[in-house]
Design a protein around this ligand. Structure first.
Ligand code: NAD
Ligand code: UDP
Length: 348
């Protein structure tokens, strides 16, 4: 049985391919390579000893997606394809809605036409907006603070409406907290283009000497050391959560079957928050390098503290994240040392 992984050449998607291949699934990757390199898939094949069928395609091209679903007899979809830069989404919201929302509608229409009705969707903790209570439970109100978050919430709504219209759909909505780390082999990892927006890639580029100094966005938050607190989760734990969700959709337990009228909406986090300062110190220990920092103003739209309730993931998926902060830092550093310029040797 083939699983179609949209966005499978990207950071999380490539790790997902490894986990699904190792679990015995056939994997077909659909990606337009707008934010990734096909080299990641060569590495996935090297790691697993199994081939990945790659189709260069845009999810907005419904006819092409249909052809791919039929050609490979796909039975389920793990949907990572999308744009993810918050700042960019504020500057160019139409591009985000067109790609993330419009693209997903085309993908779902193609799936419906091919009678493929099982999908796992990459949502984000950003749908919650400013936390009113912590840890964030799945029933916390949603109130995204930017077009990127809105695009995720819109897709969640579309999926819920689809499930209501046709209960044959099996849908998991996974809300990620802060994915980080890399495969322990150092063969695949996060390869951001340009200046990284996220904390961990930025820290690692300072440690490796590619950038001079990390700006810490605010040291006057009501947290232990004044810097922002987030729930960082190792990317391999995250994709293992997808495998569990996939199993739950394909072979629902009695508990899930009792609730088949709804999408399965679950947080994927560790439940533990770390501050920016703690992340810097942990990375310094793992890399044995100094990370220069400077205090900068708060970044617009940032919350003081965000971390997940992991109860539902544990109850419904029988999944908890096992890797700790040292693994996240160590594996990131291993990836960066082995691939100082990411996948592209010729990159600046
Ligand atoms: P990524 O950019 O590395 O991967 C996304 C992939 O999708 C890329 O390979 C890109 O080329 C592809 N893509 C984008 N638009 C496409 C389109 N229209 N058609 C086909 N392919 C397309 O990002 P990632 O970090 O691996 O994130 C994967 C998913 O998880 C995204 O949907 C993202 O919004 C979501 N997510 C990521 C994070 C995070 O911090 N990384 C957090 C929460 C949610
Ligand atoms: N952050 C920072 N400097 C950076 C990037 C991020 O201080 O260069 C902080 C940010 O303010 C937040 C945390 O690191 O408190 C995580 O930010 P990231 O962008 O990685 O994730 P998100 O904001 O989406 O949770």
């Amino acid at each position: 049985m083939s699983v179609l992984v949209t966005g499978g050449a990207g950071y999380i998607g490539s790790h997902c391919c490894v986990t699904f291949l190792e679990a015995g699934h056939d994997v077909v990757v659909l990606d337009n390579l707008s934010n990734s390199s096909a080299e990641s898939l060569t590495r996935v094949a090297e790691l697993t000893g199994r081939s990945v069928h790659f189709e260069q395609c845009d999810i907005r091209d419904r006819a092409h997606v249909e052809t791919i679903l039929r050609k490979h007899s796909c039975e389920s979809v793990v949907h990572f394809a999308g744009l993810k830069a918050v700042g960019e989404s504020v500057e160019d919201p139409l591009r985000y809605y067109e790609n993330n929302v419009g693209g997903t509608v085309q993908l779902l229409s193609a799936m419906q036409a091919c009678n493929v009705k099982t999908i796992i969707f990459s949502s984000s903790a950003t749908v919650y907006g400013e936390p009113q209570s912590l840890p964030l439970r799945e029933d916390h109100p949603t109130a995204p603070l930017n077009p990127y978050g809105e695009s995720k919430l819109m897709v969640e709504q579309i999926l819920k409406d689809l499930k209501t219209s046709d209960p044959e759909w099996r849908i998991a909505i996974l809300r990620y907290f802060n994915p980080t780390g890399a495969h322990a082999s150092g063969l695949i990892g996060e390869d951001p283009r340009g200046v990284p927006n996220n904390l961990m890639p930025f820290i690692s580029q300072v440690a490796s000497g590619r950038r001079e100094v990390l700006s810490i966005f605010g040291d006057d938050y009501p947290t232990e050391d004044g810097t922002g607190v987030r729930d960082y989760i190792h990317v391999v734990d995250l994709v293992e959560g997808h495998l569990k969700a996939h199993e739950a959709l394909i072979k629902p337990s009695e508990q899930l079957q009792a609730n088949t009228s709804e999408c399965l909406t679950v947080n994927l986090g560790t439940g533990t928050g770390y501050s920016v300062q703690e992340m810097v110190r942990a990375f310094e220990r793992a890399s044995n390098r100094a990370v220069a920092t400077q205090i900068a103003p708060r970044r617009a739209g940032d919350s003081a503290e965000v971390y997940a309730s992991t109860q539902k993931a544990s109850d419904v998926l029988d999944w908890t994240a096992g890797r700790g902060l040292q693994d996240m830092c160590h594996d990131t550093w291993n990836w960066v040392c082995k691939n100082p310029k990411g996948y592209d040797d010729s990159a600046e």
